[in-house]
Design a binder for this molecule. Structure first.
Ligand code: INI
Length: 163
């Protein structure tokens, strides 16, 4: 049996983070967590780019262009959708999740999602570094692992020797 998995070593990986400005109090904390995790795993500043978009709804089209540029081994999407008194929350969260999923299926690089969907600002802040970890950092580490396992999987496509 062969087991293929991605390491958490990010030396040499090129990574982009796409972050929504809406609920910036939360998303800036997700971004700090993601950048900190990427650097601590070995990504060099020269190999790290940040793209900002207005809201979580706008993440997928930016993510798609960044992922399709061929410049990155991994792209990380960060946003925070917080429930209000209207169904808007469901539409934004639903469209963003669907769009990020589509990008991940068509991209040749790793795509991960650090989008919070919370009932309250307090819950969101808890998941952005206060007391329930930092989902931006988690999405960044997942991106490293996924980029590395995708590299392993890509090697399977090499033609087999017939001798
Ligand atoms: N965008 C978010 O990132 N989070 C939210 O909680 C949110 N809510 O609830 O309205 C939100 N709305 C803006 C949306 O993402 C778009 O930027 C806007 O609709 C313009 O297209």
């Amino acid at each position: 049996m062969n087991v293929y998995e991605g390491s958490l070593v990010a030396t040499g990986l090129k990574v982009a983070v796409v972050v929504a400005r809406f609920n910036a109090l939360v998303t800036e904390q997700l971004l700090s967590g993601a950048l900190d995790a990427l650097r601590r795993h070995g990504v060099k500043d020269a190999d790290l780019d940040v793209f900002r978009c207005p809201g979580t709804f706008e993440l997928p089209p930016v993510l798609r262009r960044v992922a399709r540029s061929g410049r990155y081994d991994a792209v990380v999407a960060l946003g925070a959708v917080i429930r209000g008194g209207t169904p808007h929350f469901e539409y934004v969260a639903g469209e963003a999740t669907k769009g990020i999923g589509l990008v991940s299926m068509e991209a040749d690089c790793a795509v991960t999602m650090g989008v919070l969907t919370c009932d309250t600002m307090e819950q969101a802040l808890e998941r952005a570094g206060v007391k329930a970890g930092n989902k931006g950092a988690e999405a960044a580490v997942a991106a490293i692992e996924q980029a590395n396992v995708l590299r392993e999987a890509a090697k399977l496509a090499a033609p087999r020797r017939r001798d």
